[in-house]
Design a protein around this ligand. Structure first.
Ligand SMILES: Cc1cc2nc3c(=O)[nH]c(=O)nc-3n(C[C@H](O)[C@H](O)[C@H](O)COP(=O)(O)OP(=O)(O)OC[C@H]3O[C@@H](n4cnc5c(N)ncnc54)[C@H](O)[C@@H]3O)c2cc1C
Length: 508
């Protein structure tokens, strides 16, 4: 095999128009609430093909959108304005790049591919999300967090460099590599990809991963090592017998536990749980937890966690625990992805501490509202904190560094004619929980804004955000002015834009 053959892209460029039989398969992502209608789709297999595709879109004056894994919660890709869709899903290599002394990950690589290859090849990983089919493309640019985040921070805390197709003021598309070693505008471009969100500065064709401060040339020493085994636990509290009082107690126990146990050096740093406070028609409130099984006394620590949550609730939850190899647990999560192929709406929030009693009452009222029934609706509370807080809020574009929980409000359904009812319920619930701050999680003692990888266009809608605090401050806080300057430098023609893309400074 010649060098040329070895480095040949896997495919492409492939041009798909509406008459092509493949078109219908390509015009929507995971959330079936949105279906795009682009005049052209370009599937690319290399960075060079991506440059060419972006140039073609710019020359034709077509509004461009980029898809990698298709897990976007909003219509930022499949919106009505998208005329040219760039599909990165076939660029999915993961490998060690000795020249960069870092691991290269292409944007179409699913998290499951990333975990499998990094672990089988070198015994390392990154602290990314728990859904194996989310792709690096959007996930990394928005920050990325998951079961190992309390131990090792966000994915972007291990982002060494990015390769991006950008478009200059003359309308010329070109490939740029920016790393944390760079200063000035290049350094800014790297920084913007550490939480600035996807689809807003250019098209990422490659990420390189290496933990800050990692030395030597042995790849096995350049990223974190996951635990060899984890305890996977599932706890369920029945809705039968649940009262407002018990609900408040459980939620308070959960949040106060996280307030007490989220320091970077906590013996519980390896514990990550998702508490699903689902609609009563689902029958149960469910919590899945993953914890390093090799930590001394791990089983007792895990049992003490469950006891702390249950204290005073008085409902005798069902609890199962099994030890599993780490990779198996990541590739087959205890709570499977039930979102794919459904219509959905998500809304998010960071919590610095537990909700007030007034917020918990609003949550309980919303969940038990008899006018609404949906077992696929509820709020997920994810463990956060730990190593996240070891990084300064402005060191990366991921500003929220002292939250102890993330919340994801979600509702899932199938039928298009039901859209109105489900959207009304989730919007009403969120607005009630954040009634004291204009219907959104304005940073204060309890809240710390929202996570850009769970985009919610309602935050930019004055009907739903009456706080006077712009959506951009909720996502980026004090990092927004710098992101706007990066936008002006690197996307002067505003080629990469969607409903929640970073705006250039007002004077530009
Ligand atoms: C079921 C599910 C589970 C999730 N679990 C987690 C989790 O555990 N942790 C977590 O942090 N997040 C999680 N997320 C959120 C996830 O991180 C984001 O949805 C992420 O943006 C998805 O990336 P994608 O490439 O799969 O999606 P896409 O829809 O392809 O892209 C999302 C956004 O990124 C942009 N983008 C995509 N590729 C590129 C590229 N190559 N260059 C520039 N911009 C690009 C798109 O234009 C779009 O704006 C989850 C989402 C879902 C639906």
């Amino acid at each position: 095999m010649t060098d040329g053959e070895r480095h040949r892209p896997p495919l492409g460029p492939v041009r798909v128009t509406p008459a092509d039989p493949r078109y219908r398969d390509l015009i929507r992502g995971v959330n079936h609430r949105f279906t795009g209608s682009p005049g052209q789709i370009r599937i690319v297999g290399s960075a060079e093909q991506t440059v060419e595709a972006v140039q073609d879109a710019v020359n034709a004056g077509l509004q461009l959108a980029v898809r990698s894994g298709g897990h976007c919660l909003e219509d930022l890709v499949d919106g009505p304005d998208t005329a040219f869709l760039l599909d990165m899903s076939e660029m999915r290599q993961v490998y060690y790049d000795p020249g960069m002394r870092a691991f290269a990950v292409e944007p179409g690589a699913h998290l499951g591919d990333v975990y499998r290859t990094l672990y089988k090849g070198w015994g390392v990983t990154v602290p990314g999300g728990s859904c194996p089919t989310v792709a690096a493309g959007g996930h990394f640019a928005g920050g990325g967090y998951g079961p190992l985040t309390r131990l090792h921070g966000c994915v972007v805390d291990h982002l060494y460099a990015v390769e991006v197709v950008v478009v200059d003021a003359a309308g010329r598309a070109r490939l740029v590599v920016a790393s944390w070693d760079d200063e000035g505008e290049l350094g800014d471009l790297w920084w913007a990809h550490t939480g600035g969100g996807g689809g807003t500065f250019g098209v990422v064709t490659r990420y390189w991963l290496r933990t800050a401060g990692a030395t030597g040339s042995d790849p096995a020493g350049l990223l974190p090592h996951p635990p060899s085994a984890v305890l996977d636990s599932l706890v369920t509290w029945s809705w039968e017998g649940m009262t407002a009082e018990r609900f408040r107690r459980l939620m308070r126990n959960h949040a106060e536990w996280h307030e007490r146990n989220s320091a970077a050096d906590s013996p519980y740093a390896s514990l990550f749980s998702v508490l699903g406070v689902m609609h009563p028609s689902s029958g149960v409130l469910v919590m899945s937890t993953q914890m390093d099984a090799t930590v001394p006394d791990s089983e007792r620590l895990l049992a003490a966690y469950v006891d702390a949550l249950d204290e005073g609730v008085g409902l005798c939850p069902a609890h199962t625990v099994r030890a599993r190899p780490w990779l198996e647990s990541m590739l087959q999560p205890t709570l499977p992805d039930t979102v794919t192929g459904m219509r959905s709406k998500g809304k998010a929030a960071y919590l610095r501490k537990g909700y007030t009693d007034g917020q918990l009452d609003a949550l309980y009222r919303g969940l038990t509202d008899e006018r609404y029934t949906n077992p696929g609706a509820g709020v997920l509370f994810m463990s956060y904190g730990g190593a996240v807080s070891a990084v300064a809020p402005n060191a990366t574009a991921t500003a929220q560094r002292d939250a102890v929980l993330k919340a994801l409000y979600v509702t899932l359904w199938r039928e298009p004619e039901e859209d109105g009812g489900h959207l009304a319920w989730i919007r009403g619930l969120y607005r009630e929980v954040y009634a004291h701050s204009g219907g959104v999680p304005v940073p204060d003692e309890v809240s710390d804004g929202a996570y850009v990888n769970y985009p919610d266009t309602d935050l930019a809608d004055p009907q739903w955000n009456t706080s006077g605090v712009p959506w951009s401050s909720l996502y980026y806080k004090d990092n927004y002015p710098r992101l706007r300057r990066v936008k002006a430098s690197w996307d002067p023609k505003g080629v990469f834009r969607h409903a929640l893309s970073v705006e250039p400074p007002a004077s530009e």
